[in-house]
Design a protein around this ligand. Structure first.
Ligand code: SAM
Length: 233
């Protein structure tokens, strides 16, 4: 396991809050967060089930959910799955909480900090599916060490994902896409789920579009939808 203090000291995300929240949004946060937030000091090694009120069929993880549209859509269409989302950006968390409130979703939990802290707290083989959608590409070479897709984080994902679990990564950044493929193919624990270009050029039906992806498409950029399977141990 990595050192908690090292991760805290090298957090890889940008700003934590943009625009001030409206009174209504703040009220929704105040209503929901006490029940659905996983606090930093609540990272007990009980496994993901310890963060939910009732037993669920499986637990999925989304890293950097932005405003949460994809996460909420997955939670809504899979009410038997507990979906944990990590996002340090307060306005993003507020976006997800708005949908949780509107849809009364009870199977969502939010970790408002660096996903690596939560990932490190999860037991081996405890997550059935993970999503990293349109992670910040950090294009400058000197910033590549901030990329969430890295050999170290892939190793942790390999540890916490169940055998046969899927890891989905979306990106519209060609160079980061090549980086992701190189790092994923280097790790023998994962197989790329693709037998034709259509597999990674087209978003599968059960992969709802995220806010970032919609904007990117409107701006004429092309995305890759990469799916990897955790091999049997
Ligand atoms: C480009 S945005 C994409 C947001 C969303 N996935 C989408 O597709 O709309 C990347 C997101 O990852 C979050 N992020 C960056 N580093 C993170 C980390 N270490 N842990 C959790 N979230 C992180 C950022 O705050 C940001 O919201």
């Amino acid at each position: 396991m990595r050192n908690l203090e090292d991760i805290k000291g090298s957090r890889v995300y940008g700003r934590r809050q943009g625009q001030a929240l409206s009174a209504a949004r703040q009220a929704r946060l105040d209503k929901w967060l006490p029940n659905i937030e996983i606090p930093l000091d609540g990272l007990v090694p009980t496994g993901p089930s310890g963060h939910f009120d009732s037993a669920l069929a499986d637990h999925w993880l989304e890293i950097g959910f932005g405003k949460g549209e994809h996460l909420a859509a997955q939670a809504k269409s899979h009410p038997d799955i507990g979906v944990i989302g990590c996002e340090p950006f307060l306005n993003g968390v507020s976006g997800l909480v708005d949908i949780v409130d509107q849809e009364n979703l009870t199977n969502v939990r939010i970790f408002m900090d660096d996903a690596r802290l939560l990932m490190d707290s999860l037991p081996d083989q405890s997550i059935g599916r993970a999503f990293i959608l349109f992670p910040d590409p950090w294009p400058k070479a000197r910033h590549h060490k901030r990329r969430i897709v890295s050999a170290g984080n892939i190793k942790v994902l390999s540890r916490i994902l169940k055998d046969g679990a899927e890891l989905r990564i979306g990106t519209d950044h060609m160079e980061y896409c090549r980086w992701i493929m190189a790092h994923m193919l280097e790790n023998p624990d994962f197989n790329w789920l693709s037998d034709s270009p259509e597999n990674w050029r087209n978003r599968p039906d059960d992969w709802p579009a995220s806010r970032y992806e919609i904007k990117s498409r409107e701006q004429g950029r092309i995305s890759s939808y990469l799916r990897f399977i955790r091999c049997q141990r």
